[in-house]
Design a protein around this ligand. Structure first.
Ligand code: COA
Length: 147
C-alpha cells in the first residue's frame, strides 16, 4: 500500500480540494449544492486530510469542541475507491489524539446509520438520536470516552 500521510490543509488549493471531497461524498448524492458542505464552525475547527505520496486526496475529517471537555468529529468522508482500506481509521485516530492533547475527556459524533459500525469498531457507543439531515438521513449520537 502506498504511504498515507495525515496533514492539515494549508494552501488555498488544498482547502479547495478538502471541501470538494466533503461535498462529493456527503452532499452531492443528495443533490445539495456546492457550499452546502460548509458550516460556521469550520472557522474554529481542525481539518485533516489523508494524502498519498502523489498528494492525491483520499479522505477528510474535522474536529471542533462543544465544551472544553467535549470534542466532536464531523464530516468524515473517504473517497469512494479508497473506502474500507483503513484511511477513515487513520483520520479518526489522529483527530482523537489531537482532542486528547487539547484536553478533551470525550468525543461525540452524529453517525449516519450506515456508518454506525465504523464508529462502533473505534469504541464509540450510541447515546441517543442525533439530528436528521435533509429530512431523510437519520443520525445516531455516539460517544467515546478518551483515556
Ligand atoms: C464511514 C467511513 C468514514 C469509514 O472510513 P473507511 O476508511 O471506509 O473505514 P476503515 O477502512 O478505516 O474501516 C475501519 C473498520 O470499520 C469497518 N467499517 C468501515 N465502514 C463501515 C460501515 N459503513 N459500516 C460498518 N463497518 C464499517 C471496516 O470494515 C473496518 O473494520 P475492520 O477493522 O474489521 O477491517 C467511510 O467509509 C465513508 O466516508 N463513508 C461514506 C461517508 C460517510 O458515511 N461518512 C460518515 C458520516 S457520519
Amino acid at each position: 500500500m502506498t504511504r498515507i500521510t495525515i496533514i492539515e490543509p494549508s494552501s488555498p488549493d488544498e482547502l479547495d480540494r478538502y471541501y470538494q471531497l466533503r461535498w462529493k461524498i456527503l452532499r452531492a448524492p443528495w443533490n445539495q449544492p456546492p457550499g452546502s458542505e460548509r458550516d460556521p464552525l469550520d472557522e474554529r475547527s481542525t481539518h485533516l486530510m489523508a494524502v498519498n505520496s502523489a498528494r492525491d486526496l483520499l479522505g477528510v475529517g474535522r474536529l471542533h469542541f462543544n465544551s472544553i471537555r467535549e470534542g466532536q468529529v464531523r464530516y468524515m468522508a473517504i473517497a469512494i475507491n479508497n473506502q474500507r482500506s483503513g484511511i477513515g481509521t487513520l483520520i479518526l485516530e489522529t483527530l482523537e489524539d489531537l482532542a486528547r492533547r487539547l484536553g478533551a475527556a470525550r468525543i461525540v459524533v452524529d453517525a449516519r446509520e450506515s456508518a454506525i459500525g465504523f464508529y462502533r469498531k473505534r469504541g464509540y457507543r450510541p447515546t441517543g438520536p442525533g439530528h436528521m439531515l435533509f429530512g431523510q438521513i437519520a443520525h445516531i449520537r455516539m460517544r467515546k470516552i478518551l483515556r
